[in-house]
Write a protein that binds this ligand. Sequence first.
Ligand code: HEM
Length: 432
Amino acid sequence: KNSNPGSITFSSPPGLPLIGNLHQLGRHAHRSLCSLSHRYGPLMLVHFVRIPVLVVSSAEMAKDVLKTHDRVFASRPRSKITKKLLYGERDVALAPYGEYWRQMKSVCVLSLLSNKMVRSFRDVRQEEISLMMKKIRKSSSLPVNLSEILISLTNDVICRVALGRKYGGEVNFKELMKRLTRLLGAFSVGSTVPCLRDRNDFVEVLLAIQREKSVGFEIDRLSIKAIVLDIFVGGTDTSYALMEWVMTELLHDPECLIRLQEEVRMICKGKPCVSEEDSQEMKYLKAVIKETMRLHPPLPLMVPHKSTQDVKLRGYHIPAGTEVMINSWAIGREAATWGPDAEDFRPERHLDSSIDFRGQDFELIPFGAGRRVCPAISFAVVLNEEVVANLVHQFDWRLPVESTEVRTGVVESTEIAVHCMFPLFAIASTTT
Ligand code: HEM
């Protein structure tokens, strides 16, 4: 029953008592919600158990939520689990909208993930990429587990950038947090220990902000831990998933792979490695990465938003406290925007298009948009570009025979950050 006269009643898929629409989700929630939206519209209300969730599935509606009413929808749903895991929501990604979140986000944007910081990690990226190349070279034309190699590269880069050193692929989060606690403890002697004083990683920057009170508010150690945890949780899986999808699509599309190799090799003109400056010139590389993010956004349903006051959206009454899921996967495949070949991998479509993924164009929002947009777009994109460019520059790639027959690699996993269901094995041969 519509309790708000003058407003339209939502069309909702019929649910079951108690569980609501949960049973309609299937293994890939973004796909099921996309199919439901074809029937019930791009602004659809579903119920998960008893929680009403507004599902947004078109670029137009996403613009209404993330731009026109950005402030109203800028909070996050709360849960006991995240409260416990994130030191009482003292991180950035899941903190409710308000002064604390605003301050922490500005630390991320201005101090940790600024373009200057991204540039300062150039040596870390280059060293880790060249280690990865050595590993691949050792495979001497046998299939390599590229997924494993990309996971360990991403872990090592994020560890070095966040904590100042790497701890090897096998360390789990609990162990990392223990080490972070020890690292924070070590700071009291940091001013007398040169190796700590010279560090330029996130923990060091956060400790300097704490010490110098340079941002006009106090950051305590729990906040530092919560932010670093965000960076590991939000940064590792997403970045590696994107690299894995890029290589999966390229390996299944040899023509694109060759076109990319031609571009990379022409711009590098015989140099052994691709640098950040080189990759800036690579238009086709950028189109390949954009196309991969369109078809495989690593967080297809982004991070849930929540409204903080009543609002009217296209005639619908949305009460304060409504949870919102934005299906960027569905938006990236809308035929109205992308045409009848929206499901196909075709990087060329971006060469003459101004649509970008930085949050201004709602047709492509793998990083979100508005106040809650991902603060690490440059960080993630620079790393991805350099890794992919080096992989195709230094090696020729092909799939082992058995995986060319069945497109096993193009099946999605069921985790929150969606990567390939099966590890990507590929054969690398050196070009020289
Ligand atoms: C390809 C890689 C990445 C993708 C696709 C991605 C995507 C996203 C998305 C969709 C959101 C939610 C936006 C919203 O709610 O509207 C987000 C938020 C966030 N991301 Fe990323 N991300 C990536 C890499 C990273 C990295 C490397 C870091 C850290 C170093 C990071 C840190 C964060 C943080 C802290 C937030 C929370 C922002 C807030 O709530 O205000 N992300 N990201």
